[in-house]
Design a protein. Structure first.
Length: 605
């Protein structure tokens, strides 16, 4: 009970009250969202005008669920109520959205239903049209009209989440830019936008109470959709626009730290909020609306710099924090895990610089959305400390090290205190676990957010923070010692430590020099055992004594106390939502207070 009370204060009493009040009002029909009614919009939604008559570029949009599930792009629309993760169909599609439960074993993870209703394909088909495909507008219109018929307002699972409605709104607006139909849109398209904003507006305070990207997404949708309606004479649109602007300013001020760290402590969710801010700025420029505050742009620049610092040469990033498969504004024909399009767009909008010097697919969104590609190239990213969020980054000659330590001003999603990610020339040698699914069975439900899925130390086979609910830990960890990142001619060093709620202590020191990373762990305060884990890149690692090796990389562990166990075991990782794959995990167990040293060396090339 004490743990729960402390969690309430950590979350913020106002936020907890907002959530409770929202749920109570919806249940008792006090919230106006229960009384929403709307006429089903009827197409056509986009004008069938040809923008370009040149021969097709050969680009073909492929519908991919969560970045890896091919779903086809035929003229026949998909089943909008089918869970693409399980193959099960939602049986509650004719119920009001608030009558549909959040989690059911029959349907499985509802995100598998929502995925196709984020309207990624609207963007994909519009790009096809811009590049000369004569059939793409018919596909876009056919799919959109079918979606509207299958999802009448406000019934079925695809109206259940205000953020999902917000993503649709933003993607429709970006499509209007691509198809040059912002100034003179079809009345039916504006009607569809209004139907969505009517769903979003009554629940905005619930989204704000989450202190995550729900609030930023819904604020952005109100601003974008509201200003669009207002520009065509809607008084409600003007109100929604002002509400959206207010909450955009509020969320940037509260959720983005001065160093750019975001409240969700997740690289992928950071991409979500950055893409959201990019779409807000794109739309503001398109409608020649007044700029947001100077402070908002400062936070947008800081958020851009943060994600840029995580970027690898191949576009990949560390799999830190929750990763639910979200990818907004997917115009580039790149892999889901390629973050270059997002960083390139944000750097162009907020820094007027190129983040990625080479020309490639990551530039296509700039062209389609009318953004002039900057001529100035940004300086190379260097080692840096993001102390507000608890991240230290060390870079040196193709080596990238990310050190994660607890600065939990907001609720942590993963027990990843003192986790280390190691990359060499774009290859992720020591890696994080991801999320897999928000609605799965045990032990996987607890495994991926838990300590076992991270490169750190576990004490007495327990979690360092007790789990209160599916998305909430108690007894949030705090950094008790910190030696800030120091870069000298001799190398780079950083250290941090914590004490958990049961008295176990862990301090970790990292030293990076030419072709070597040394990681020192001091562990104490546990009763029976401490287990150090190194989650390795999949491959045929050779085990020899207390070391493992793969293609010129050697990892060797030593300690000032007897090592009770050193062995490779099988673990899991999820680089794409809903997909888990095995990987080798080096486990080192000690039964006494001790000092452990892990030396990682590699051949220079």
């Amino acid at each position: 009970m004490l743990t729960k009370i402390k969690a309430v204060f950590a979350l913020g009493i106002a936020n907890v009250f907002r959530v409770i009040w929202f749920r109570l009002c919806v249940r008792l029909s006090l919230n106006p969202v229960r009384r929403l009614r709307a006429v089903i919009p009827k197409g056509p939604f986009f004008k069938s005008k040809v923008l370009f008559e040149e021969a097709s570029s050969g680009y073909e949009y492929v519908t991919m669920g969560f970045g890896y599930i091919p779903l086809g792009t035929s003229l026949v629309p998909p089943n909008w109520h089918l869970n693409i993760l399980t193959g099960n169909r939602c049986l509650d599609s004719e119920l009001p959205w608030f009558s549909i439960p959040d989690f059911t074993t029959e349907l499985g993870d509802i995100k598998g239903v929502w995925e196709l209703s984020r309207f990624d394909w609207v963007l994909g088909f519009s790009r096809e049209h811009r590049e000369g495909d004569t059939t793409s507008l018919a596909k876009l219109e056919g799919w959109l009209e079918d979606w509207v018929r299958a999802n009448p307002p406000y019934y079925g699972p695809n109206w259940k989440c205000g953020q999902e409605a917000s993503i649709r709104t933003m993607h429709l607006a970006m499509t209007a830019i691509i198809l040059e139909q912002v100034d003179e849109p079809e009345a039916s398209l504006l009607h569809l936008i209004e139907v969505h904003l009517q769903r979003i507006a009554p629940t905005i305070l619930y989204a704000i109470a989450q202190d995550n990207n729900h609030g930023t997404s819904e604020a952005a949708a109100l601003f974008i959709g509201g200003s669009w309606l207002a520009s065509h004479g809607s008084s409600k649109g003007e109100y929604w626009q002002n509400e959206g602007r207010k909450w955009l300013e509020n969320r940037a001020r509260r959720l983005i730290e001065p160093d750019g760290s975001f409240s969700q402590y997740s690289v992928n969710y950071h991409r979500v909020v950055l893409d959201t801010f990019s779409m807000v700025e794109l739309w503001r420029r398109k409608l020649s609306l007044p700029e947001l505050s100077k402070h908002w742009y400062e936070k947008a620049v800081a958020a851009t710099n943060w994600l840029w610092a995580m970027l690898q040469s191949n576009g990949d990033v560390p799999n830190i924090g929750a990763n639910d498969g979200a990818r907004l504004l997917p115009l580039a024909a790149t892999d889901y895990r390629d973050f270059r399009p997002s960083v390139q767009m944000a750097a162009a909008l907020f820094r007027n610089e190129r983040a990625v010097p080479e020309v490639g697919e990551w530039d296509i969104a700039l062209k389609l959305l009318g953004v002039d590609a900057p001529l100035r190239q940004a300086p190379a990213v260097e080692s840096q400390l993001f102390d507000c969020g608890g991240y230290a980054i060390m870079r040196d000659s193709g080596c990238f090290v990310l050190f994660r330590y607890p600065r939990f001003r907001f609720r942590p999603g993963h027990a990843d205190a003192l986790h280390v990610d190691l990359w060499l020339n774009g290859e992720n040698l020591l890696r994080d676990g991801g999320s897999f699914s928000y609605n799965t069975t045990e032990p996987l439900q607890s495994y991926f957010p838990g300590v076992r899925a991270h490169n750190t130390v576990q004490f007495d086979d327990r979690e360092p923070m007790p789990r209160i609910s599916r998305f909430l830990f108690g007894e949030w960890l705090k950094t008790s010692t910190l030696e800030p990142l120091k870069v000298t001619s001799e190398g780079q060093r950083v250290a941090a430590g914590y004490r958990d709620y049961l008295g176990a202590r862990h301090t970790r020191r990292l030293s990076l020099s030419d072709s070597m990373l040394r990681i020192e762990d001091d562990v104490s305060g546990f009763r029976e055992r401490a287990i150090l884990r190194w989650r390795l890149q999949p491959g045929d690692w050779e085990v020899s004594g207390h070391s493992v090796a793969l293609r010129g990389v050697k990892i060797e562990v030593s300690a000032d106390v007897p090592l009770k166990r050193v062995e490779l075991v099988e673990g899991w990782e999820s680089r794409y939502y809903g997909l888990k794959t095995p990987l080798p995990v080096l486990e080192v167990e000690v039964a006494r207070v001790g000092h452990l040293v892990t030396d990682i060396t590699w051949n220079q090339s």
